[in-house]
Design a protein around this ligand. Structure first.
Ligand SMILES: C[S@@+](CC[C@H](N)C(=O)[O-])C[C@H]1O[C@@H](n2cnc3c(N)ncnc32)[C@H](O)[C@@H]1O
Length: 382
């Protein structure tokens, strides 16, 4: 999509063409005939009209209400989900904030709700125009993130992390790279969004002294945000678990003097953000849980924390495929959910090998305790 497409989409004809195209299915099978229908109304702008409708449909679950927004498919894929953007914005309430890679403005849209002054910039002029259209309350312009252009209290950056369809984890391969951003904003409050799989321990060893925040949304780990400057808590690692009204956080300063011990009544697998942040024992300490093995993230205890899914232990056995099959058959089990950590077991392969034919469901948790691989037959609490 280029500037001429964008200008057309903002005219009355463009708005009408998008509304008309939105009445079409625009599925793989209908696309050919839909394109000729849209072409009759929008001429050469038909691909941009169709992309607009498809991008808005794709954005609906992720970015909330985007009716009237200008988007591209790729920008929607890259955008921060609104729940994550709102979480970041709440931390920055009452501060002035500059999003230096604002793209179509999904972070700006959350920031303008709580911050007195919001600036957005992007190196891509079409995206900057879209952001200005989508979030009129922000001041938006075209700029290179590596040239500071505002005196905002906090700078946030979400560098591009895809190249040729490949997802980038190395922060130096991002565009712009992490070290260049840190150099450009040295001494200022800076939040850089990176891939959740980033080697943040390696960054700390290399001298990063700020705060690392791992964020999950509805069970999926979405990002690692690196905070530095006055807005950061130096040296802190934070796991933020966003789950609507059941959101919570765990931090590395929480008590975590918890020793591994024998299984209690339930097994519990902490949220991925807690695991990625290395805060399993901190989470355990908070909920009266403990580990089975100091190197494995499964927790156990006699009660399941509110809102979590736990697994009531029915039977514990030394793991062997043969013994597990016999036990499951004796219990008339026909379908198994298999959870495993640290045991070197492939759940899909094992499920096929078990060849179960019974009628009951069961969840099997296979893990390592010290040097022994152990299987727990369990019933999920929900
Ligand atoms: C992952 S997207 C940002 C998404 C945005 N946070 C959102 O939620 O919609 C990355 C953006 O960085 C922009 N970008 C890449 N290099 C840049 C640079 N040197 N200066 C400014 N923007 C840049 C890209 O044009 C792209 O829009």
């Amino acid at each position: 999509m280029d500037g001429a497409d964008l200008a057309y989409l903002r005219t009355a004809d463009g708005i009408a063409a998008v509304a008309a195209a939105d009445r079409l299915a625009l599925t793989e099978s209908s696309l050919l005939s839909d394109v000729s229908t849209v072409r009759r109304v929008a001429g050469a702008h038909a691909p941009a009209v169709i992309e607009q409708v498809r991008a808005r449909r794709r954005a609906a679950g992720k970015l909330g209400d985007v009716s009237g927004w200008m988007l591209t498919d790729e920008a929607v894929q890259q955008a921060t989900p609104s729940a994550v953007a709102e979480h970041r914005a709440r931390r920055l309430a009452w501060l002035s904030v500059h999003d230096v890679t604002c793209s179509i403005g999904s972070e700006l849209s959350a920031l303008v709700q709580v911050c007195p002054r919001v600036v957005g910039s992007d190196i891509d002029p079409v995206r900057a125009q879209m952001a200005a259209h989508n979030v009129p309350r922000a001041l938006v312009y075209v700029a290179d993130a590596l040239t500071p252009t505002s005196n905002a209290d906090v700078v946030i950056a979400d560098p591009a992390r895809r190249s040729g369809g490949r997802r980038i984890v190395d922060p130096e391969q991002m565009s712009p790279p992490l070290s260049a951003l840190r150099a450009a904003y040295a001494g200022r409050s800076l939040a850089v969004k990176t891939a959740p799989g980033i080697d943040y321990e390696g960054l700390r060893r290399a001298g990063f002294s700020g705060e690392v925040e791992i964020v999950s949304l509805d069970g999926g780990v979405r990002e690692a945000c690196l905070w530095s400057g006055p807005v950061a808590v130096p040296g802190l690692t934070r796991a933020t678990v966003l789950r609507g009204l059941r959101s919570f956080e765990v931090v590395s300063t929480d008590p975590h003097d918890v020793d591994p011990d024998a299984p209690g009544k339930f097994l519990i697998e902490p949220d991925g953000a807690v695991i990625r942040a290395g805060l399993v024992r901190h989470y355990a300490g908070r909920h009266g849980l403990w580990q089975l093995d100091p190197h494995i993230a499964y927790l156990t205890g006699d009660a399941v924390p509110d809102g979590e899914r736990g697994f009531e232990i029915v039977e514990q056995m030394k793991f062997s495929e043969k013994a597990l099959r016999a036990e499951l058959r004796a219990r008339d089990v026909g379908s198994v959910e298999i959870l495993t950590r640290g045991a070197g077991v492939d759940p899909d392969v094992l499920r096929k090998q078990l060849k179960l034919q019974g009628s009951q469901p069961m969840t099997v948790v296979i893990t390592r305790i010290a040097r022994e691989v152990v299987a727990f037959l369990t019933r999920p609490t929900r």
